[in-house]
Design a protein around this ligand. Sequence first.
Ligand code: SF4
Length: 510
Amino acid sequence: MTTLPHDASAPLPQAAASGDGLGCHAGKDELLAAAAAAGKAGILERFAEDYPQGPHDKPQSMCPAFGSLRVGLRMRRTATILSGSACCVYGLTFTSHFYGARRPVGYVPFNSESLVSGKLFEDIRDAVFATADPALYDAIVVTNLCVPTASGIPLQLLPKEINGVRIIGIDVPGFGVPTHAEAKDVLAGAMLDYARREAEAGPVQAPRTGRSERPTVALVGEMFPADPVGIGRLLEPLGLAAGPVVPTREWRELYAALDCAAVAGLHPFYSSVYRVFGQAGRPIVGSGPVGYDGTAAWLEAIGEACNVARDKVDEAKRKHLPTIRAALEGAPIKGRITLSGYEGSELLVARLLVESGADVRYVGTACARTAFSEIDRDWLEARGIHVQYRASLEQDLAAMHEVKPDLAIGTTPVVQKAKQLAIPSLYFTNLVSARPLFGAAGAGSLAAVVNGAMAGKERFETMKSFFEGVGEGPSAGVWEDVPQDRPDFREQNRRRLEKLAAQRKAEEMI
Ligand code: SF4
Protein backbone atom coordinates (compact mmCIF):
# COMPACT_ATOMS: atom_id res chain seq x y z
CA MET A 1 0.00 0.00 0.00
CA THR A 2 1.27 3.47 -0.81
CA THR A 3 1.72 5.79 2.10
CA LEU A 4 0.59 9.28 1.33
CA PRO A 5 2.75 12.07 2.71
CA HIS A 6 -0.55 13.57 3.72
CA ASP A 7 -1.62 11.31 6.56
CA ALA A 8 -5.41 11.46 6.59
CA SER A 9 -5.53 10.70 10.29
CA ALA A 10 -3.33 13.65 11.21
CA PRO A 11 -5.17 16.93 11.69
CA LEU A 12 -4.13 19.55 9.20
CA PRO A 13 -2.89 22.89 10.47
CA GLN A 14 -5.86 25.21 10.74
CA ALA A 15 -4.36 27.64 8.23
CA ALA A 16 -4.12 25.06 5.49
CA ALA A 17 -7.43 23.45 6.22
CA SER A 18 -9.47 26.60 6.16
CA GLY A 19 -7.59 28.57 3.53
CA ASP A 20 -9.73 31.44 4.66
CA GLY A 21 -8.13 34.80 4.15
CA LEU A 22 -4.79 33.17 3.46
CA GLY A 23 -2.71 32.85 0.35
CA CYS A 24 -1.46 35.84 -1.52
CA HIS A 25 -2.84 38.37 0.97
CA ALA A 26 -1.68 36.98 4.29
CA GLY A 27 -0.61 33.91 6.17
CA LYS A 28 2.46 33.07 4.09
CA ASP A 29 4.38 31.74 7.08
CA GLU A 30 1.48 29.53 8.16
CA LEU A 31 1.10 28.12 4.66
CA LEU A 32 4.83 27.49 4.32
CA ALA A 33 4.92 25.69 7.65
CA ALA A 34 1.80 23.69 6.79
CA ALA A 35 3.17 22.68 3.37
CA ALA A 36 6.51 21.61 4.84
CA ALA A 37 4.75 19.57 7.53
CA ALA A 38 2.51 17.98 4.91
CA GLY A 39 5.38 16.55 2.86
CA LYS A 40 6.19 19.43 0.53
CA ALA A 41 9.49 20.44 2.15
CA GLY A 42 11.49 19.15 -0.83
CA ILE A 43 9.59 21.13 -3.42
CA LEU A 44 9.74 24.26 -1.24
CA GLU A 45 13.51 23.92 -0.96
CA ARG A 46 13.73 23.61 -4.73
CA PHE A 47 11.60 26.72 -5.18
CA ALA A 48 13.77 28.64 -2.70
CA GLU A 49 16.83 27.66 -4.73
CA ASP A 50 15.31 28.33 -8.16
CA TYR A 51 13.32 31.44 -7.25
CA PRO A 52 14.96 33.23 -4.33
CA GLN A 53 12.55 35.64 -2.67
CA GLY A 54 12.96 39.37 -2.68
CA PRO A 55 12.24 42.32 -0.42
CA HIS A 56 8.50 41.66 -0.43
CA ASP A 57 7.21 38.32 0.76
CA LYS A 58 4.17 37.93 -1.45
CA PRO A 59 3.40 38.38 -5.15
CA GLN A 60 2.82 42.01 -6.07
CA SER A 61 1.31 41.27 -9.45
CA MET A 62 -1.19 38.67 -10.61
CA CYS A 63 -1.50 35.20 -9.09
CA PRO A 64 1.73 33.41 -10.06
CA ALA A 65 -0.20 30.33 -11.19
CA PHE A 66 -1.43 32.31 -14.17
CA GLY A 67 2.01 31.83 -15.72
CA SER A 68 1.93 28.04 -15.67
CA LEU A 69 -1.75 28.00 -16.55
CA ARG A 70 -1.07 30.02 -19.68
CA VAL A 71 1.83 27.80 -20.73
CA GLY A 72 -0.44 24.73 -20.54
CA LEU A 73 -3.38 26.41 -22.24
CA ARG A 74 -1.23 27.42 -25.19
CA MET A 75 -0.14 23.87 -25.90
CA ARG A 76 -1.94 21.73 -28.40
CA ARG A 77 -3.62 18.57 -27.12
CA THR A 78 -3.02 19.51 -23.48
CA ALA A 79 -5.72 19.47 -20.80
CA THR A 80 -5.56 21.62 -17.71
CA ILE A 81 -6.97 20.86 -14.28
CA LEU A 82 -6.71 23.21 -11.31
CA SER A 83 -7.08 22.34 -7.67
CA GLY A 84 -7.45 25.34 -5.40
CA SER A 85 -9.83 27.65 -3.60
CA ALA A 86 -12.84 28.60 -5.71
CA CYS A 87 -11.97 32.29 -5.62
CA CYS A 88 -8.45 31.61 -6.93
CA VAL A 89 -9.77 29.35 -9.69
CA TYR A 90 -12.42 31.89 -10.63
CA GLY A 91 -9.78 34.61 -10.98
CA LEU A 92 -7.42 32.39 -12.94
CA THR A 93 -10.04 31.10 -15.38
CA PHE A 94 -11.46 34.59 -15.84
CA THR A 95 -8.02 35.94 -16.72
CA SER A 96 -7.29 32.98 -19.00
CA HIS A 97 -10.44 33.55 -21.01
CA PHE A 98 -9.86 37.29 -21.02
CA TYR A 99 -6.55 36.48 -22.76
CA GLY A 100 -8.28 34.20 -25.26
CA ALA A 101 -7.69 30.70 -23.86
CA ARG A 102 -10.57 29.30 -25.99
CA ARG A 103 -10.55 25.99 -24.17
CA PRO A 104 -11.86 24.73 -20.86
CA VAL A 105 -10.00 24.82 -17.59
CA GLY A 106 -10.85 21.79 -15.44
CA TYR A 107 -11.49 22.29 -11.75
CA VAL A 108 -11.60 19.84 -8.87
CA PRO A 109 -13.30 21.66 -6.00
CA PHE A 110 -12.82 20.83 -2.33
CA ASN A 111 -14.23 21.62 1.06
CA SER A 112 -12.54 21.40 4.44
CA GLU A 113 -13.64 17.79 4.79
CA SER A 114 -12.34 16.53 1.43
CA LEU A 115 -9.15 18.51 1.97
CA VAL A 116 -8.53 17.12 5.43
CA SER A 117 -9.59 13.53 4.74
CA GLY A 118 -7.49 13.05 1.61
CA LYS A 119 -10.64 12.69 -0.53
CA LEU A 120 -9.49 15.64 -2.64
CA PHE A 121 -6.58 13.58 -3.92
CA GLU A 122 -8.99 10.79 -4.87
CA ASP A 123 -11.23 13.33 -6.64
CA ILE A 124 -8.25 14.67 -8.60
CA ARG A 125 -7.26 11.12 -9.50
CA ASP A 126 -10.79 10.38 -10.76
CA ALA A 127 -10.81 13.60 -12.79
CA VAL A 128 -7.48 12.72 -14.39
CA PHE A 129 -8.68 9.21 -15.34
CA ALA A 130 -11.92 10.65 -16.75
CA THR A 131 -9.98 13.18 -18.85
CA ALA A 132 -7.17 10.94 -20.13
CA ASP A 133 -8.40 10.30 -23.66
CA PRO A 134 -5.44 9.70 -26.01
CA ALA A 135 -7.57 10.70 -29.00
CA LEU A 136 -7.77 14.19 -27.52
CA TYR A 137 -4.70 14.70 -25.39
CA ASP A 138 -0.92 14.19 -25.25
CA ALA A 139 -0.74 15.48 -21.70
CA ILE A 140 -2.81 16.56 -18.72
CA VAL A 141 -1.44 19.25 -16.41
CA VAL A 142 -2.75 19.19 -12.86
CA THR A 143 -1.89 22.18 -10.70
CA ASN A 144 -2.09 22.49 -6.93
CA LEU A 145 -2.70 26.12 -5.98
CA CYS A 146 -1.92 27.56 -2.53
CA VAL A 147 -4.24 25.66 -0.21
CA PRO A 148 -3.87 22.16 -1.73
CA THR A 149 -0.08 22.65 -1.77
CA ALA A 150 -0.12 23.72 1.88
CA SER A 151 -2.23 20.65 2.62
CA GLY A 152 0.26 18.35 0.93
CA ILE A 153 -2.05 17.00 -1.79
CA PRO A 154 0.45 14.52 -3.28
CA LEU A 155 0.20 15.03 -7.04
CA GLN A 156 3.47 13.10 -7.42
CA LEU A 157 1.46 9.97 -6.62
CA LEU A 158 -0.75 10.36 -9.67
CA PRO A 159 0.04 7.84 -12.42
CA LYS A 160 2.76 9.17 -14.72
CA GLU A 161 0.74 8.12 -17.74
CA ILE A 162 -2.78 6.87 -18.45
CA ASN A 163 -3.61 5.30 -21.83
CA GLY A 164 -0.56 7.02 -23.30
CA VAL A 165 -1.58 10.43 -21.94
CA ARG A 166 1.19 11.97 -19.83
CA ILE A 167 0.19 13.28 -16.41
CA ILE A 168 2.14 16.28 -15.13
CA GLY A 169 1.36 17.27 -11.54
CA ILE A 170 2.83 20.57 -10.32
CA ASP A 171 2.58 22.70 -7.19
CA VAL A 172 2.41 26.43 -7.93
CA PRO A 173 1.76 28.18 -4.64
CA GLY A 174 2.01 31.94 -4.31
CA PHE A 175 4.03 31.38 -1.13
CA GLY A 176 6.78 29.53 -3.00
CA VAL A 177 6.76 30.85 -6.58
CA PRO A 178 7.12 34.64 -6.47
CA THR A 179 6.06 35.67 -9.99
CA HIS A 180 3.92 34.40 -12.85
CA ALA A 181 7.08 34.43 -14.97
CA GLU A 182 8.70 31.85 -12.70
CA ALA A 183 5.50 29.78 -12.66
CA LYS A 184 5.97 29.37 -16.42
CA ASP A 185 9.31 27.80 -15.60
CA VAL A 186 7.70 25.38 -13.13
CA LEU A 187 5.53 23.84 -15.85
CA ALA A 188 7.96 24.21 -18.76
CA GLY A 189 10.70 22.58 -16.65
CA ALA A 190 8.43 19.73 -15.53
CA MET A 191 7.42 18.99 -19.13
CA LEU A 192 10.96 19.21 -20.48
CA ASP A 193 12.17 16.87 -17.77
CA TYR A 194 9.42 14.36 -18.59
CA ALA A 195 10.33 14.56 -22.30
CA ARG A 196 14.04 14.13 -21.48
CA ARG A 197 13.31 10.89 -19.65
CA GLU A 198 11.18 9.68 -22.57
CA ALA A 199 13.93 10.51 -25.06
CA GLU A 200 16.49 8.67 -22.93
CA ALA A 201 14.23 5.62 -22.76
CA GLY A 202 13.79 5.16 -26.51
CA PRO A 203 12.75 6.69 -29.84
CA VAL A 204 10.41 9.68 -29.69
CA GLN A 205 8.25 11.58 -32.16
CA ALA A 206 10.00 13.80 -34.70
CA PRO A 207 8.92 17.45 -35.03
CA ARG A 208 5.81 18.06 -37.15
CA THR A 209 7.92 19.77 -39.83
CA GLY A 210 10.70 17.16 -39.69
CA ARG A 211 14.17 17.45 -38.20
CA SER A 212 16.25 20.47 -39.11
CA GLU A 213 19.11 19.76 -41.51
CA ARG A 214 21.32 22.18 -39.61
CA PRO A 215 22.17 22.00 -35.91
CA THR A 216 19.70 24.10 -33.95
CA VAL A 217 19.72 26.57 -31.10
CA ALA A 218 16.71 26.12 -28.80
CA LEU A 219 15.21 29.44 -27.70
CA VAL A 220 14.01 29.83 -24.11
CA GLY A 221 11.46 32.53 -23.32
CA GLU A 222 8.10 33.60 -24.69
CA MET A 223 8.67 36.18 -27.38
CA PHE A 224 7.11 38.15 -30.19
CA PRO A 225 6.22 35.73 -33.02
CA ALA A 226 8.63 37.36 -35.50
CA ASP A 227 11.60 37.08 -33.13
CA PRO A 228 12.40 33.37 -33.73
CA VAL A 229 12.37 34.09 -37.48
CA GLY A 230 14.78 37.00 -37.00
CA ILE A 231 17.02 34.88 -34.77
CA GLY A 232 16.98 32.18 -37.45
CA ARG A 233 18.37 34.73 -39.93
CA LEU A 234 21.10 35.73 -37.51
CA LEU A 235 22.09 32.09 -37.13
CA GLU A 236 22.17 31.25 -40.84
CA PRO A 237 25.75 32.38 -41.56
CA LEU A 238 26.89 30.28 -38.60
CA GLY A 239 25.45 27.18 -40.27
CA LEU A 240 22.83 26.94 -37.52
CA ALA A 241 19.05 27.21 -37.35
CA ALA A 242 16.59 28.43 -34.73
CA GLY A 243 15.11 25.51 -32.82
CA PRO A 244 11.81 25.39 -30.94
CA VAL A 245 10.83 28.05 -28.46
CA VAL A 246 10.46 26.77 -24.90
CA PRO A 247 7.75 26.87 -23.47
CA THR A 248 6.68 24.91 -26.53
CA ARG A 249 3.29 24.87 -28.23
CA GLU A 250 3.22 21.11 -28.67
CA TRP A 251 4.59 18.11 -26.76
CA ARG A 252 6.77 16.75 -29.59
CA GLU A 253 8.60 20.10 -29.82
CA LEU A 254 10.09 19.32 -26.42
CA TYR A 255 12.12 16.50 -27.97
CA ALA A 256 13.29 18.80 -30.77
CA ALA A 257 14.29 21.41 -28.20
CA LEU A 258 16.35 18.84 -26.32
CA ASP A 259 17.95 17.79 -29.60
CA CYS A 260 19.64 21.21 -29.96
CA ALA A 261 23.34 22.05 -30.23
CA ALA A 262 23.00 24.89 -27.72
CA VAL A 263 20.35 26.78 -25.79
CA ALA A 264 19.72 30.51 -26.08
CA GLY A 265 18.67 31.52 -22.57
CA LEU A 266 16.85 34.65 -23.72
CA HIS A 267 14.77 34.97 -20.55
CA PRO A 268 17.00 34.46 -17.54
CA PHE A 269 14.48 33.15 -14.99
CA TYR A 270 13.87 29.66 -16.45
CA SER A 271 15.97 27.99 -13.77
CA SER A 272 14.41 24.53 -13.94
CA VAL A 273 14.37 24.51 -17.76
CA TYR A 274 18.09 25.33 -17.78
CA ARG A 275 18.74 22.61 -15.23
CA VAL A 276 17.09 20.03 -17.52
CA PHE A 277 19.02 21.27 -20.55
CA GLY A 278 22.18 21.01 -18.44
CA GLN A 279 21.30 17.42 -17.54
CA ALA A 280 20.91 16.73 -21.25
CA GLY A 281 24.43 18.10 -21.77
CA ARG A 282 23.43 21.21 -23.71
CA PRO A 283 25.46 24.43 -23.31
CA ILE A 284 23.41 27.51 -22.38
CA VAL A 285 24.15 31.02 -23.62
CA GLY A 286 22.66 33.87 -21.58
CA SER A 287 21.44 37.30 -22.75
CA GLY A 288 20.20 37.72 -26.35
CA PRO A 289 20.91 39.33 -29.72
CA VAL A 290 19.63 42.72 -28.71
CA GLY A 291 20.94 45.94 -30.29
CA TYR A 292 24.44 46.22 -31.74
CA ASP A 293 26.59 45.26 -28.75
CA GLY A 294 24.22 42.53 -27.62
CA THR A 295 24.03 40.92 -31.05
CA ALA A 296 27.79 41.04 -31.55
CA ALA A 297 28.45 39.40 -28.16
CA TRP A 298 25.65 36.86 -28.62
CA LEU A 299 26.93 35.72 -32.06
CA GLU A 300 30.38 35.24 -30.53
CA ALA A 301 28.97 33.26 -27.59
CA ILE A 302 26.75 31.05 -29.76
CA GLY A 303 29.65 30.45 -32.16
CA GLU A 304 31.81 29.34 -29.26
CA ALA A 305 29.10 27.13 -27.71
CA CYS A 306 28.49 25.39 -31.05
CA ASN A 307 32.16 25.20 -32.16
CA VAL A 308 31.56 27.38 -35.21
CA ALA A 309 34.66 28.38 -37.21
CA ARG A 310 36.00 31.92 -36.63
CA ASP A 311 35.44 33.06 -40.23
CA LYS A 312 31.76 32.13 -40.05
CA VAL A 313 31.25 34.12 -36.86
CA ASP A 314 32.99 37.10 -38.49
CA GLU A 315 30.83 36.70 -41.57
CA ALA A 316 27.65 36.68 -39.47
CA LYS A 317 28.74 39.86 -37.72
CA ARG A 318 29.68 41.53 -41.03
CA LYS A 319 26.32 40.61 -42.45
CA HIS A 320 24.03 41.65 -39.59
CA LEU A 321 25.67 44.32 -37.46
CA PRO A 322 25.64 47.20 -40.00
CA THR A 323 21.89 46.66 -40.59
CA ILE A 324 21.27 46.80 -36.84
CA ARG A 325 23.38 49.96 -36.51
CA ALA A 326 21.41 51.59 -39.33
CA ALA A 327 18.08 50.60 -37.77
CA LEU A 328 19.12 52.05 -34.40
CA GLU A 329 20.32 55.29 -35.98
CA GLY A 330 17.19 55.55 -38.09
CA ALA A 331 14.92 55.37 -35.03
CA PRO A 332 16.52 57.42 -32.27
CA ILE A 333 14.96 57.83 -28.82
CA LYS A 334 15.71 60.94 -26.79
CA GLY A 335 14.53 61.22 -23.22
CA ARG A 336 14.96 60.08 -19.65
CA ILE A 337 13.31 56.73 -18.91
CA THR A 338 12.63 54.46 -15.94
CA LEU A 339 11.62 50.90 -16.71
CA SER A 340 10.11 48.13 -14.62
CA GLY A 341 8.22 44.93 -15.26
CA TYR A 342 7.66 41.30 -14.35
CA GLU A 343 8.20 39.58 -17.70
CA GLY A 344 11.91 38.87 -17.21
CA SER A 345 12.99 40.67 -20.41
CA GLU A 346 13.39 44.07 -18.72
CA LEU A 347 17.19 44.18 -18.92
CA LEU A 348 17.18 43.33 -22.61
CA VAL A 349 14.61 46.04 -23.38
CA ALA A 350 16.65 48.53 -21.37
CA ARG A 351 19.73 47.71 -23.44
CA LEU A 352 17.82 48.36 -26.63
CA LEU A 353 16.53 51.69 -25.32
CA VAL A 354 20.06 52.76 -24.34
CA GLU A 355 21.46 51.82 -27.74
CA SER A 356 18.65 53.81 -29.32
CA GLY A 357 19.88 56.89 -27.46
CA ALA A 358 17.56 56.91 -24.41
CA ASP A 359 18.82 58.05 -21.02
CA VAL A 360 17.71 55.03 -18.95
CA ARG A 361 18.29 55.55 -15.21
CA TYR A 362 16.53 52.63 -13.50
CA VAL A 363 15.60 49.07 -14.47
CA GLY A 364 13.46 47.07 -12.07
CA THR A 365 12.51 43.46 -12.64
CA ALA A 366 10.27 41.33 -10.42
CA CYS A 367 12.43 38.33 -11.30
CA ALA A 368 15.49 37.23 -9.34
CA ARG A 369 19.13 37.63 -10.33
CA THR A 370 20.41 34.56 -12.19
CA ALA A 371 23.58 33.71 -14.08
CA PHE A 372 21.80 34.20 -17.39
CA SER A 373 21.29 37.95 -17.06
CA GLU A 374 24.77 38.76 -15.74
CA ILE A 375 25.98 39.99 -19.14
CA ASP A 376 23.07 42.42 -19.37
CA ARG A 377 23.45 43.59 -15.77
CA ASP A 378 27.18 44.25 -16.32
CA TRP A 379 26.46 46.14 -19.53
CA LEU A 380 23.79 48.33 -17.93
CA GLU A 381 25.68 48.98 -14.70
CA ALA A 382 28.79 49.94 -16.68
CA ARG A 383 26.65 52.78 -18.03
CA GLY A 384 25.60 53.93 -14.57
CA ILE A 385 22.12 52.40 -14.72
CA HIS A 386 20.65 51.03 -11.50
CA VAL A 387 19.45 47.45 -11.92
CA GLN A 388 17.04 46.22 -9.26
CA TYR A 389 16.26 42.52 -9.14
CA ARG A 390 13.13 41.38 -7.27
CA ALA A 391 12.08 45.01 -7.42
CA SER A 392 9.11 45.85 -5.24
CA LEU A 393 6.41 48.24 -6.36
CA GLU A 394 7.68 50.65 -3.72
CA GLN A 395 11.18 50.59 -5.25
CA ASP A 396 9.79 51.15 -8.76
CA LEU A 397 7.75 54.11 -7.55
CA ALA A 398 10.63 55.58 -5.54
CA ALA A 399 12.82 55.45 -8.65
CA MET A 400 10.16 57.24 -10.66
CA HIS A 401 9.82 59.96 -8.02
CA GLU A 402 13.56 60.43 -7.84
CA VAL A 403 14.42 60.32 -11.54
CA LYS A 404 11.37 62.30 -12.72
CA PRO A 405 11.54 60.62 -16.12
CA ASP A 406 10.14 61.82 -19.44
CA LEU A 407 8.65 58.34 -19.69
CA ALA A 408 7.91 55.64 -17.11
CA ILE A 409 7.61 52.17 -18.56
CA GLY A 410 6.12 49.86 -15.98
CA THR A 411 3.44 47.67 -14.52
CA THR A 412 -0.17 48.77 -14.08
CA PRO A 413 0.26 50.44 -10.65
CA VAL A 414 3.42 52.23 -11.79
CA VAL A 415 1.66 53.55 -14.89
CA GLN A 416 -1.33 54.60 -12.81
CA LYS A 417 0.90 56.56 -10.45
CA ALA A 418 2.79 58.12 -13.37
CA LYS A 419 -0.46 59.34 -14.88
CA GLN A 420 -1.42 61.01 -11.61
CA LEU A 421 1.91 62.83 -11.74
CA ALA A 422 1.42 63.79 -15.42
CA ILE A 423 4.38 61.64 -16.43
CA PRO A 424 3.88 59.90 -19.80
CA SER A 425 3.89 56.16 -19.28
CA LEU A 426 3.64 52.85 -21.10
CA TYR A 427 2.56 49.41 -19.91
CA PHE A 428 5.53 47.11 -20.21
CA THR A 429 3.52 43.95 -20.83
CA ASN A 430 1.01 45.20 -23.39
CA LEU A 431 2.98 47.81 -25.28
CA VAL A 432 6.67 47.06 -24.93
CA SER A 433 7.11 43.32 -24.52
CA ALA A 434 4.62 42.72 -27.37
CA ARG A 435 7.10 43.95 -29.97
CA PRO A 436 10.10 42.40 -31.70
CA LEU A 437 13.21 42.77 -29.59
CA PHE A 438 15.99 40.89 -31.34
CA GLY A 439 18.21 41.53 -34.36
CA ALA A 440 17.43 44.22 -36.92
CA ALA A 441 13.64 43.98 -36.46
CA GLY A 442 14.00 44.73 -32.76
CA ALA A 443 16.47 47.56 -33.28
CA GLY A 444 13.91 50.03 -34.63
CA SER A 445 10.79 48.63 -33.04
CA LEU A 446 10.52 50.70 -29.85
CA ALA A 447 11.10 54.22 -31.16
CA ALA A 448 7.60 54.91 -32.49
CA VAL A 449 5.73 53.86 -29.36
CA VAL A 450 8.27 55.37 -26.93
CA ASN A 451 8.65 58.69 -28.77
CA GLY A 452 4.88 58.88 -29.29
CA ALA A 453 4.28 58.46 -25.56
CA MET A 454 6.89 61.06 -24.61
CA ALA A 455 5.37 63.54 -27.06
CA GLY A 456 2.13 63.33 -25.04
CA LYS A 457 3.60 65.13 -22.02
CA GLU A 458 1.67 68.31 -22.74
CA ARG A 459 -1.63 66.43 -22.89
CA PHE A 460 -0.93 64.92 -19.49
CA GLU A 461 -0.27 68.39 -18.07
CA THR A 462 -3.53 69.68 -19.57
CA MET A 463 -5.43 66.73 -18.12
CA LYS A 464 -3.82 67.19 -14.74
CA SER A 465 -4.75 70.85 -14.57
CA PHE A 466 -8.26 70.10 -15.89
CA PHE A 467 -8.90 67.62 -13.07
CA GLU A 468 -7.08 69.69 -10.44
CA GLY A 469 -9.19 69.99 -7.33
CA VAL A 470 -11.61 67.11 -8.01
CA GLY A 471 -10.07 65.36 -5.07
CA GLU A 472 -7.95 62.30 -4.56
CA GLY A 473 -7.69 59.45 -2.09
CA PRO A 474 -10.63 59.58 0.30
CA SER A 475 -12.02 62.74 -1.31
CA ALA A 476 -11.98 61.44 -4.92
CA GLY A 477 -15.30 61.49 -6.82
CA VAL A 478 -18.27 63.81 -7.17
CA TRP A 479 -19.80 64.95 -3.87
CA GLU A 480 -22.08 67.68 -2.57
CA ASP A 481 -19.71 68.24 0.34
CA VAL A 482 -16.02 67.33 0.27
CA PRO A 483 -15.77 64.08 2.27
CA GLN A 484 -13.63 64.16 5.36
CA ASP A 485 -10.79 61.71 5.72
CA ARG A 486 -11.33 59.45 8.78
CA PRO A 487 -7.93 58.05 9.79
CA ASP A 488 -9.56 56.95 13.06
CA PHE A 489 -11.74 54.50 11.05
CA ARG A 490 -8.66 53.11 9.37
CA GLU A 491 -7.00 52.70 12.74
CA GLN A 492 -10.07 50.89 14.12
CA ASN A 493 -10.05 48.54 11.14
CA ARG A 494 -6.34 47.86 11.53
CA ARG A 495 -6.84 46.95 15.18
CA ARG A 496 -9.77 44.67 14.26
CA LEU A 497 -7.63 42.79 11.71
CA GLU A 498 -4.79 42.41 14.19
CA LYS A 499 -7.21 40.97 16.73
CA LEU A 500 -8.53 38.48 14.17
CA ALA A 501 -4.99 37.39 13.28
CA ALA A 502 -4.14 36.90 16.96
CA GLN A 503 -7.32 34.89 17.44
CA ARG A 504 -6.43 32.68 14.50
CA LYS A 505 -2.96 32.06 15.85
CA ALA A 506 -4.35 31.16 19.26
CA GLU A 507 -6.80 28.68 17.66
CA GLU A 508 -3.91 27.02 15.82
CA MET A 509 -2.12 26.39 19.09
CA ILE A 510 -5.10 24.68 20.74
S1 SF4 B 1 -3.53 30.50 -5.72
FE1 SF4 B 1 -2.95 32.53 -6.40
S2 SF4 B 1 -4.78 33.80 -5.99
FE2 SF4 B 1 -4.98 31.91 -4.78
S3 SF4 B 1 -4.12 32.41 -2.76
FE3 SF4 B 1 -2.47 31.50 -4.00
S4 SF4 B 1 -1.39 33.24 -4.95
FE4 SF4 B 1 -3.39 34.00 -4.22
